[in-house]
Design a protein around this ligand. Sequence first.
Ligand SMILES: Nc1ncnc2c1ncn2[C@@H]1O[C@H](COP(=O)(O)OP(=O)(O)OP(=O)(O)O)[C@@H](O)[C@H]1O
Ligand SMILES: [Mg+2]
Length: 348
Amino acid sequence: MAFNPLNWILGFFSLDIGIDLGTANTLVFVRGKGIVINEPSWVTVERKSRRPIAVGQEAKEMAGRAPKNVLVVRPLRDGVISEFEITEEMLAYFIGKAHEQSIVPLPRPRVVIGVPTGVTEVEKRAVNDAALLAGARQVYLIEEPTASALAVGLPIDKVGGTVIVDIGGGTCEVTVFSMGGVVSSKSLRMAGDEMDAAVLQYIRNKYNVLIGERAAEQLKVKIGSAFPMKEEKTATVRGRNLVSGLPETLEVSSIEIREALSGVIDNIVQAVKETVDEIPAEMISDVMDAGICMSGGGALIHGLDERLSEELRIRCWVADDPLTCVARGAGLVLEDIEAYSHFLLQLD
Ligand SMILES: Nc1ncnc2c1ncn2[C@@H]1O[C@H](COP(=O)(O)OP(=O)(O)OP(=O)(O)O)[C@@H](O)[C@H]1O
Ligand SMILES: [Mg+2]
């Protein structure tokens, strides 16, 4: 990447930012400050004009409660942009909010954004253009697993295999690195959102009670698991009985939620297994030494590390603060974009 003196000078003054534009959450990292924004990737718009009403946490709170003229939108699906204009507005809002925290007017920022591995040229361009329109001076794209691995400090530059499994809202990505590059990767468009849907469906089938998407997510976070717990737990959830039409409060157990999640968890375990099976024999012993690192919010499902370790016969461990890995990795790249340029993606 050519040295650009103007960028170098502007870099001292602008709040350069790293962004994890996730299906579930958007995080913004500001150089020198750390993570300043961590909000759901949700937007509410006025149905007819499509004018934004609320962004982030405020918009998510409105889900299932908004009047008819208000549309609740999740502009990213499966890790990529599905609603371009709304994504751009959401990014502009977050970039503006990150900049607002400065008392002096600042030049437009340089922005490093994480994208899922294997995104198409069109998808890369969509992210790039949305960030430029949202106020970025220059945009750099990095594959999310690379950003996470940098944040965790995995030795992805060295000869030998390093594996990271990221389980987010929309996608589960398994990536094998060696010598700074991706040796192989598998992306499953099934992760946290599918788990929520599975919990909702389970409660509906078993109890004839319809619960909200957010209530399903809360049950998953509170008592979801992938491996038997030492002490099984229970939680209450409210919904509407589909036969009587009346509100109902249920007490459900972690055993039930584990059963509800089992299909999605089995698919994730299978995807990791298939990728690990393809690792060349020379590299597998490196992976066995270092273990497999898990990141993303889905890595926090109770016992998923144990379940994977048992099935793969390789130690699997959860990164510290797995929800912020991509944003922290993008932040690390901002420290010295030239030095990390070999990890950045090019637009054709
Ligand atoms: N403690 C927890 N236990 C289980 N799941 C959790 C926990 N905390 C968060 N999650 C789930 O993690 C998911 C969000 O993770 P994350 O923020 O890494 O996704 P994302 O980066 O927005 O999505 P993607 O990477 O697919 O674009 C949500 O499905 C959320 O319900
Ligand atoms: Mg993610």
